[in-house]
Design a binder for this molecule. Structure first.
Ligand SMILES: *[C@@H]1O[C@H](CO)[C@@H](O)[C@H](O)[C@H]1NC(C)=O
Ligand SMILES: *[C@@H]1O[C@H](CO)[C@@H](O)[C@H](O)[C@H]1NC(C)=O
Ligand SMILES: [Zn+2]
Length: 528
């Protein structure tokens, strides 16, 4: 949708950062890396008026409909009634295509035609409200997609993850009292000094009425947030809630202004972190995930981040997480504060924060001590970062060594047990760093071995009573994953004991989540 939103003849204020090149450089990067070739490309359609009216008012739609016929004078007048948005005679058409692209993607994913996907669109959507354009956004692409998935495909619960660096207040307003759509957003906030400067972007906006508890805001009060801060919030705030919510579909407001080098975000997370964030979300909703582009204004980090996201959606192993020097204390403590706030708010949802907060608040202390905090990062004018290294998928992704007579599952390659084991794996087992994790009915243990000689081992055992499904998953998210990411193993070895008491679906989640570590190098031993 390569329409310029700039105005002719300098007659109207032009937008300096929300430029057509955002899409062209992203698409070129996907083509150049060979990723575009591996995707099914889905034809775009315009959103219908009925689609748009799912979220927007008739008056607003009628007003926007007139913009292609306005004189530049009238357009200018029209534009000025809204905040930080620029209307071009073409924008109505583009906005219908942007929303329609998100709907085409939802159709393809919900009908199983494709597993997941990403829509590269302009204008973005998450700031636009029922009756107002705002912040470069005309129609709320993702909010429309969520209601469309419910109406057309019978989705019961939709999770919206907004990792754009701005608060998608338009999405929040759309679903504030709706318990069927859970909206999560982190955003640069700086105690309300950062745009859009709203009180309701703070952590205490948790939703209203029946929707109380279904709106989760994580405001960043400082810039310079790093990979470890993002992962920490995913592990401790978003994922525990998301697993309890159990969505049928995950929609991502995929703004990449939260990446390093962005003039709006001023954050320090590197493009490869989006590979991990995507991976962690792909274990939800049976992998049904639609990412829709929102912001992202650095024309170097934007295409890198888009490629990282798409490559993970294609199923390639996640890269080794880089620069994980521990989240800053402030991000962890803001999660804790957030959760205490949830309790104060008479939080009635059947969410297991209470489990985390009351029974296991000591885990946060453990976590803090383990990883420490390097203190606030100074914002430097010119950020430099290496290009993300190439991620290569092995020709055989999954191999199974099975007893005779047991048939090989689809997609696996069978090795006979007499074959020589892969020397690389043997080497890693012998000399490399190995994270070992094993389960028994009442405990989770993570054994950490930094090197064969020193045999430095740390062991954590959770109290009894966590063998129920939600408790187990909470322990994986709140303890095992953070430790795993911090430890950065080169191989994950998983042992399933016959008495583990874990159901197949929980086991599937566990292996799925742990595949974000060690570039997906996972060795599973099934004891029978
Ligand atoms: C993007 O980041 C690079 C590297 O720091 C920088 O040179 C460039 O000016 C940035 N672009 C924008 C639009 O901020
Ligand atoms: C391991 O221990 C052996 C014998 O004590 C020693 O020769 C070797 O240098 C040690 N290796 C490392 C990596 O410390
Ligand atoms: Zn943004």
């Amino acid at each position: 949708f390569n329409y310029s939103l700039g105005y002719p003849n300098d007659m109207l204020p032009a937008c300096k950062i929300e430029v057509p090149e955002r899409l062209t450089v992203s698409h070129e990067a996907l083509v150049k890396s060979g990723l575009a070739d591996r995707c099914v490309s889905i034809p775009v359609r315009e959103a219908t008026e009925a689609d748009i009216l799912l979220v927007h008012s008739e008056d607003y739609l009628e007003a926007v409909k007139k913009t292609p016929f306005m004189t530049l004078e009238d357009l200018k007048e029209f534009t000025l009634q809204y905040g930080d948005v620029y209307f071009h005679p073409n924008i109505y058409h583009c906005a219908k295509l942007a929303a329609g692209a998100a709907l085409q993607l939802v159709d393809s994913v919900m009908t199983g035609k494709v597993r997941n996907g990403m829509a590269l669109v302009r204008p973005p959507g998450h700031h636009s409200m029922r009756s107002a354009a705002n912040g470069f956004c005309v129609f709320n692409n993702v909010a429309i997609a969520a209601l469309y998935a419910k109406q057309k495909h019978g989705a019961k619960r939709v999770l919206i993850v907004d990792w754009d660096v701005h608060h998608g207040q338009g999405v929040q307003y759309s679903f504030e009292d709706d318990p069927s759509v859970l909206y999560f957003s982190w955003h640069r906030y700086e105690h309300q000094k950062f745009w859009p400067n709203l009180k309701e972007s703070d952590y205490d906006s948790v939703g209203k009425g029946k929707g109380a508890g279904f709106n989760v805001n994580v405001p960043w009060n400082k810039v310079g947030m790093k990979n470890s801060d993002y992962l920490s919030v995913f592990c401790h705030v978003l994922l525990p809630v998301a697993y309890e919510f159990c969505p049928d579909l995950v929609l991502v407001c995929a703004g990449f202004d939260s990446a390093i080098g962005d003039p709006e975000g001023e954050m320090c997370a590197s493009p490869d972190i989006f590979a991990h964030l995507t991976h962690l979300l792909m274990n939800l909703a049976g992998g049904k995930l639609c990412a829709v582009l929102e912001g992202g204004y650095n024309l170097t980090s934007l295409p890198q981040s888009v490629c990282q996201t798409v490559q993970t959606l294609l199923g390639d192993p996640a890269p080794l997480p880089v620069n994980l020097d521990g989240p800053c204390q402030r991000s962890v403590s803001s999660s804790v504060r957030f959760m205490s706030q949830m309790c104060v708010c008479d939080f009635v949802m059947k969410v297991n924060y209470i489990f985390l907060f009351s029974a296991h608040s000591s885990l946060f202390t453990v976590f803090d001590q383990l990883i420490g905090c390097t203190g606030p990062e100074k914002s430097v004018e010119e950020k430099v970062w290496p290009e993300p290294s190439k991620r290569v998928a092995p020709p055989v992704r999954t191999a199974a060594i099975l007893p005779n007579g047991v048939s090989c599952p689809d997609g696996c390659k069978r090795f006979s047990s007499s074959e020589d084991p892969d020397p690389v794996i043997v080497n890693k087992l012998r000399y490399g760093a190995v994270a070992v994790c094993f389960m028994c009915s009442a405990c989770v243990c993570l054994v950490k071995k930094t090197d064969v000689n020193t045999s430095h081992v740390r062991l954590f055992v959770l109290p009894q009573g966590c063998s129920d499904v939600s408790g187990f998953i909470q322990a994986v998210l709140g303890l095992l994953l953070p430790l795993g990411y911090e430890y950065d193993p080169s191989l994950v070895l998983l042992v399933r004991a016959p008495e583990s008491g874990l159901s197949d679906s929980v086991w599937q989640q566990l292996t799925g989540l742990l595949q974000g570590l060690a570039q997906g190098h996972t060795l599973v031993l099934m004891q029978v």
